[in-house]
Write a protein that binds this ligand. Structure first.
Ligand code: ZN
Length: 439
């Protein structure tokens, strides 16, 4: 049995030392208070026993749903009255089918599902963009190019996921038995987030508004996220004076001062980043200048719950630009740019031969200038997609770069580049147009 999550979180926060993994995904149940339990999983599932049935927050991914239900059933035999989706991401709603199956096996109806009113449109979007979402998740989590064709055949949103029965706009108070749940909408990681204040337990469930890592409001492959509104939601939560704070990833946190300290620290970090980017925009700076000049203080990124292990500030900077600006980066040449192939071919012609570009890319890589190295090698491949030498160099260059990155998102995309070139050399690429291939 793993250490109790609150004991571990208390030690990590108070010491400032991230001594072990905080996302344990072990499907183990821990009691957080009398009548409150958590099953730690891909997303956690948090249960409150009201005496008139359980209210459950999130359900983990589809594959983990049965194990989560089994763990909960080792703790309580009460029917599940309601499931609250903290938001519509598949790692939070995917296991809902297992809860329906559990109700079915007891001869009762499926639990009522509650979520923000933007959850059903999200599900509709997932159905419309199923292949895209499969592909980007595969890349984000380090999948190989050869898995792509297969991945796009399965629906991104599992068909067993339960649709919300009850939705709301700004705030909804639900009472089950004698227990009151104050559901609050916020923007942040998504447009459909719900954080819940449960006064009887002086407790908050926060969804992904606190993830024990640098907030993932910069994801390069996903729809708009909202850093400033994210910070505002953390301040609203901090004002509640909660004694127990339960995010859907990472560890539950106990103690009003400790909780408030964590929430305000993350809020201030986001607010400063937004302010710095907006100040630069207001002064007329273009995106490239901002990306290379606005940074989060390095010491902030060493705080155990702000380490950029999943997302990273550079990506958040771009998301802030997109939110307040637009898709154009401010460079006139890139308003209507030539194709990468044309730029690569021009470079090859200027230099006289592709090998010189490959050599320079490898030299820059060896010097640790990964930005230039990747840029050069990708132009070489754009010019000559069939060049085996270029793909071999690219594998080495992106492997080097991946080794220097901290965020899973960057690592995943760079690993995807390695996989693409490996597949190009071996001729095993799927017949898709979004990956490089040898003809
Ligand atoms: Zn999540």
């Amino acid at each position: 049995m793993s250490e109790h999550p609150v004991d571990l979180s208390t030690r990590i926060i108070d010491s400032g030392v991230l001594e072990g993994p905080v996302n344990r995904m072990n499907e183990e149940l821990s009691e957080l208070a009398d009548g409150v339990a958590i099953v730690e999983s891909f997303s956690h599932s948090i249960a409150v026993d009201t005496g008139a049935g359980l209210v459950v927050f999130d359900t983990s991914v589809e594959a983990k749903g049965p194990a989560v239900v089994e763990a909960l059933r080792g703790w309580s035999d009460a029917p599940v009255d309601s499931i609250v989706y903290t938001h519509g991401h598949v790692d939070h709603v995917g296991g809902s089918g297992a809860f329906a199956a559990d109700a079915d096996s007891r001869g009762i109806g499926a639990p009522r599902v509650i979520g923000h009113e933007a959850v059903p449109p999200r599900f509709a979007r997932y159905r419309d963009t199923s292949g895209y979402n499969r592909v980007i998740n595969l890349r984000q989590f380090g999948g190989a190019a050869t898995d792509l064709a297969q991945a796009t055949e399965r629906p991104f949103l599992p068909p067993s996921v339960l649709e919300p029965d009850l939705t709301y706009e700004d705030q909804l108070v639900v009472t089950v038995g004698d227990t009151e749940f104050e559901l609050n909408h916020c923007l942040g990681e998504t447009d459909d987030h719900t954080w819940t204040w449960i006064p009887d337990h002086k407790m908050i469930t926060a969804g992904d508004q606190f993830i024990w890592m640098f907030p993932n409001c910069g994801n390069p492959q996903k729809v708009q996220r909202y850093p400033l509104e994210w910070a505002q939601s953390l301040r609203a939560m901090a004002a509640k004076g909660a004694e127990l704070f339960v995010p859907s990833h990472g560890l539950a946190i106990a103690g009003a001062d400790r909780i408030r300290g964590c929430l305000i620290t993350v809020a201030e970090t986001l607010e400063k980043l937004v302010a710095d980017v907006v100040d630069a925009m207001n002064s007329g700076a273009v995106l490239n200048d901002i990306v290379h000049s606005v940074h989060v203080a390095p010491e902030a990124l060493e705080i155990p719950y702000l380490v950029p292990m999943y997302d990273e500030p550079e990506f958040v900077v771009r998301n802030i630009w997109r939110l307040y600006g637009g898709w154009w980066d401010g460079s006139p040449a890139r308003l209507k740019p030539p194709s990468d192939q044309a730029v690569g071919a021009e470079l090859v012609e200027l230099v006289g031969d592709i090998q010189a570009i490959i050599d320079r890319a490898q030299q820059r890589s060896g010097e640790g200038n990964h930005r230039l190295a990747c840029h050069l090698i990708d132009l070489a491949i754009a010019a000559e997609p069939e060049s085996r030498a270029a793909h071999e160099a690219r594998i080495e260059i992106y492997t080097n770069r991946r080794g220097t990155e901290t965020s899973l998102m960057a690592k995943g995309i760079y690993k995807g580049a390695v996989s693409d070139s490996q597949a190009a050399i071996s001729g095993e690429l799927p017949d898709t147009k979004f990956v490089l291939k040898l003809e």
